[in-house]
Each structure stands twice: as structure tokens, then as C-alpha cells.
Design a protein. Structure first.
Length: 272
């Protein structure tokens, strides 16, 4: 297969809705006022409906339905809601079928939510300002798989793709076999096409990059890799995935105790 059809799919994506652009503009100025976030979301009926649907997903574990955007933003916080807003805007334009990855749409959404939650819980104890930037990135870092899955399905290679995912540990390697691109590289193209800030594009560009990473991107890329090691399309909070993440952590300046506490909290929330 060729990467050219994937590039064409990315270039055919429509611009982000005006409501999403307004929210991104708010965040570009700093930590936004909750009332402003609520007002913008509520001005877009489609976005409002989708956000309420997503925050009421069973894996979030709320005992009562969330019935308003204000309630959702209050419970999740503006950073997590931003993640869900961006995800909603991107998924609105995708026909999602993750069967080549052997996961359902709801399972895929849960994986993205767990990645985001882990990043948020971990990084709020390290750098609050940076946490607001990289939490949405964690939520979106698997979105390129939607386009890869579409290409695999179209080329009638689903069974072979699933077999190779079982055969190889590295998902990005399998993606490259079939499309000459990894989902992170596709994310970089998507984020650039949609004019999201350069941090979004560059973090994805270097996520699977084996060579030198620019100094200003090292911390972000390293954090994303660690979270993706714990929670990914094949493993979520398994003993193996946690041990592999701890191996990466020991080579970094991060505090192991803070990370372990975040892993424990998020694992309990989603699995116990």
C-alpha cells in the first residue's frame, strides 16, 4: 500500500467548526474562564449533544447522568473538556471502524480517555501549565488509527493486519508495513491541516522518531511515549505495559512515586 491515499484523506478533511476554533483561541491565551467555555460549546448544538453523549459514557462511572455543559465542565475541568471537544470535532468527520485493530468504537474511545486521564493525573503534579497542553495530545494521539483502519479495510487486508498486530509488539511497525506511515505521523498531518498549534503537530512528528528530538519537544514526547506504553491499543494497565513504562521512566528525570500513584488512581477508576 501507499501513503498517498492517506494524505489525500487528510487533505479532504473540512476545517474545524467555528466553536472549536473559538475554544482553541481561548486556551491559546491561557487558562480560560469556565463560563466562556460553556457559552461557546452551548452555541453549537451538535457539539453540545456530542459532548453530553461522551461524558455520560459508562467508563467514566458517574452514577447520575450529566445533563448540562456547565455540569460537564465543572466535573471534568476545562482541560479535559477541551480534549473531548477536539476529539469530538475530529471524529465528526470520520466514519469510524476500528475492526483492523480488533477494538470497537467504544473501546477505542475508552483507550483515548484513559490515556488523557493518566496524563492529566500524572502531569498536574509536575507542571500544571504543560499538563493543560499535553492532556489533549494524549487524548488525540491514537486518532490517526481511524484513517489507517479505513485504508486497511478498503484494501481488504483486515485479517492480515490483525495477524501482524498479534505477531509484532510494535503497533507503529505494523502500521508502516501496510501504509508506510504510523498513526502518529498521520496525526501530525491532521493537526497541521487543521491549523492546531505547532506543539500538536511537532509532538506527533517526533513520537515515533528514533533520531534526535529538538530540545523544546523532548519532555512532551517523552511523557506521551510513557503514557502510550501504559495504555495503548493492545494493552491497558497490564503488568507488562506498566513495567515497560517504568523502564522508560528510570531513564528519565521523572519521579517514580508520582507516576505510580497516578497509574494506581486511573487503573482503579476504570477497572475496579
Amino acid at each position: 500500500m501507499s501513503y498517498i491515499p492517506l494524505i489525500a484523506r487528510v487533505e479532504s478533511l473540512p476545517p474545524l467548526p467555528e466553536s472549536v476554533i473559538k475554544i482553541e483561541t481561548l486556551f491559546a491565551k491561557g487558562d480560560p474562564n469556565i463560563d466562556d467555555v460553556v457559552r461557546i460549546i452551548e452555541s453549537d448544538p451538535v457539539l453540545t449533544t456530542d459532548i453530553l453523549s461522551k461524558v455520560n459514557a459508562p467508563y467514566y462511572g458517574f452514577s447520575k447522568n450529566i445533563v448540562s455543559i456547565l455540569q460537564a465542565v465543572t466535573l471534568f475541568g476545562s482541560t479535559q473538556i477541551r480534549s473531548i471537544v477536539l476529539s469530538s470535532a475530529l471524529q465528526r468527520d470520520f466514519d469510524i471502524d476500528l475492526s483492523p485493530y480488533n477494538v470497537s468504537t467504544s473501546e477505542f474511545s475508552k483507550i483515548s480517555a484513559m490515556q488523557s486521564e493518566l496524563m492529566f493525573q500524572w502531569y498536574m503534579g509536575i507542571d500544571i501549565a504543560l499538563a493543560r497542553t499535553i492532556t489533549p495530545l494524549a487524548f488525540l494521539m491514537e486518532i490517526g488509527k481511524v484513517l489507517i483502519a479505513k485504508e486497511v479495510i478498503q484494501n481488504d487486508k483486515v485479517e492480515e493486519f490483525i495477524d501482524d498486530l498479534d505477531k509484532y509488539d510494535d503497533v507503529s511497525y505494523v502500521e508502516n508495513i501496510y501504509t508506510m506511515m504510523s498513526s502518529a505521523q498521520i496525526n501530525a498531518l491532521i493537526f497541521k491541516h487543521l491549523n492546531l498549534n505547532d506543539t500538536f503537530t511537532d509532538s506527533m512528528k517526533y513520537l515515533d522518531f528514533e533520531h534526535e528530538i529538538p530540545e523544546n519537544m523532548k519532555e512532551i514526547v517523552e511523557a506521551l511515549r510513557i503514557v502510550r506504553t501504559v495504555v495503548n491499543i493492545k494493552e491497558q494497565f497490564t503488568d507488562n505495559s506498566i513495567d515497560n513504562a517504568l523502564t522508560l521512566l528510570k531513564k528519565s528525570p521523572y519521579n517514580l512515586d508520582g507516576f505510580n500513584r497516578a497509574v494506581k488512581r486511573v487503573k482503579i477508576k476504570y477497572f475496579d
